[in-house]
Ligand binder design. Structure first.
Ligand code: ASP
Length: 439
């Protein structure tokens, strides 16, 4: 019964946090494969070690001295080593890292050292084998994660070890240079390790007790989510992104391994289980609400559009040519609307508009900016009458105008477009009608 436990930066920010992590690992015999992040923030305006390392890289690239910043990083680790009373010296490692950064080993190399060093500390603390991620996690020439090569080499390597620490966030390119995932990428490493081990569970330890039904900055003390499916989480990706890296679900999902989001500071909390499928009924009709501001709707009109084969493709090609991804495309009989991120679209808007004209020859194009999209998601909505009606009436009572609504045929999600300024009020109204009333 193998479990993979990944610990985030705040769980490993100090010796005190390391001790909590040690207790968690020792409390369960099955926790034998550990994936650490780099030390994160110890207090609100502290700096993460990863950010210090990026700063170190930039300082070196600017031709300035990195001595001071490197010392600051070394002190962070030394404080942990001293606090844990470990017989470990990183002097040699820091000499090599300093030399490589000065010799322009690259931003990814610099950033990855946070996890690398924390992995060494963690392995020494637990008495587990240290496996350098550069030897088992691989990227291809274009920097894409190489799942097949990794799976083969990593599973063979892990089969030799009864327990191991594998640092998160980085791996190696075909030529051996270090490459990282995007920020927060240790979550992905944890998922890859769980897949390679055919683990029973992937535990992702962080500083919150799982996902909440809605953003606590908008709803005071929102309810927590005990079980969520991978698909629901994808639909709520606006919300999950800060707790779990979006790409972390893919490796484990292929093998139906559940992820349990747990809180290092409250290990007895059950946290959130992310599963492939479940017959556990959600507490409420909806599982979660999430959203984002800052979208533009591009409304394209053309008489008889519905009978023109290929119209949608031509419109979307204009976006593709300009390198803009779209979020939603609700359509009517003579209208076709494309929702895109405002920041991505703004600088290219005139080029997109002229491409649409050239490719699709519409009658008119009209833009509406400053829109927010809200996703109301839940497996409990499937086959439940009146969900949309309840949302509409809640929004009408809150005097909010709905600009767009889009329900996927899976009945798993409803997307609502409102003005940016109505965003918070809309989320509150929807939360109240589903969660407060059903409590
Ligand atoms: N340390 C890296 C970051 O700050 C990766 C991670 O924590 O997952 O983004």
């Amino acid at each position: 019964m193998k479990k993979v436990a990944k610990f985030g930066g705040s769980s490993l920010a100090s010796a005190e946090q390391f001790k909590k992590v040690g207790e968690i690992i020792h409390a369960d015999q099955d926790r034998k494969y550990i994936v650490p992040s780099a030390p994160g923030k110890r207090f609100a305006d502290d700096t993460k070690v990863t950010d210090l390392l990026y700063a170190c890289y930039h300082t070196a690239e600017d031709g300035e001295d990195i001595k001071l910043i490197l010392e600051e990083i070394r002190d962070r680790y030394q404080e942990i080593i001293d606090g844990l009373e470990l017989d470990l010296s990183l002097e040699q490692e820091f000499a090599v890292i300093g030399k490589n950064i000065r010799e322009h080993a690259g931003a990814d190399y610099a950033a990855s050292r946070g996890e690398y060093l924390n992995g060494l500390v963690m392995a020494a603390y637990l008495g587990f084998t240290f496996i350098d991620a550069a030897e088992v996690i691989f990227f291809d020439e274009s920097g894409e994660f190489d799942a097949d090569k990794t799976h083969k080499i990593l599973s063979a390597r892990l089969a030799e070890e009864e327990s191991a620490v594998i640092p998160g966030f980085y791996g190696a390119m075909p030529d051996g240079t270090i490459h990282t995932f995007s920020r927060g990428g240790s979550d992905i490493t944890g998922s890859i390790v769980a897949k390679a081990l055919h683990a029973r569970l992937y535990e992702n330890w962080t500083d919150v007790s799982g996902f909440l039904v809605a953003d606590p900055h908008i709803i005071r003390n929102p309810q927590s989510i005990t079980t969520i499916t991978y698909r629901e989480l994808r639909e709520l990706s606006y919300m999950g992104a800060t707790v779990l890296h979006e790409d972390a679900i893919f490796p484990v999902r292929q093998q139906g391994i559940p992820i349990n989001i747990k809180n290092t500071n409250c290990p007895e909390d059950p946290g959130t289980m992310i599963v492939e499928s479940t017959c556990h009924k959600p507490k409420y009709t909806i599982t979660g609400i999430a959203g984002k501001k800052g979208f533009v709707a591009i409304n394209i009109e053309k008489a008889m559009m519905n009978s023109e084969i290929g119209f949608g493709r031509k419109v979307l090609e204009a976006f593709e040519r300009n390198g803009i991804s779209f979020e939603h495309v609700p359509s009517g009989i003579d209208t076709f609307t494309v929702f895109v991120h405002q920041t991505e679209f703004e600088e290219k808007e005139q080029s997109v508009i002229s491409d649409i004209h050239r490719l699709a020859k519409p009658d008119s194009i009209d833009l509406e900016a400053d829109l927010a999209l809200i996703a109301v998601v839940g497996r409990g909505m499937r086959g439940t009458r009146g969900t949309v009606g309840r949302i509409f009436s809640a929004l009408a009572h809150a005097r909010i105008n709905v600009k767009m609504i889009d329900q996927g045929s899976s009945e798993l999600n409803i997307i609502i477009g409102v003005a940016n300024q109505d965003f918070e009020a809309a989320i509150r109204a929807i939360y109240d009608i589903f969660v407060l009333i059903e409590l």
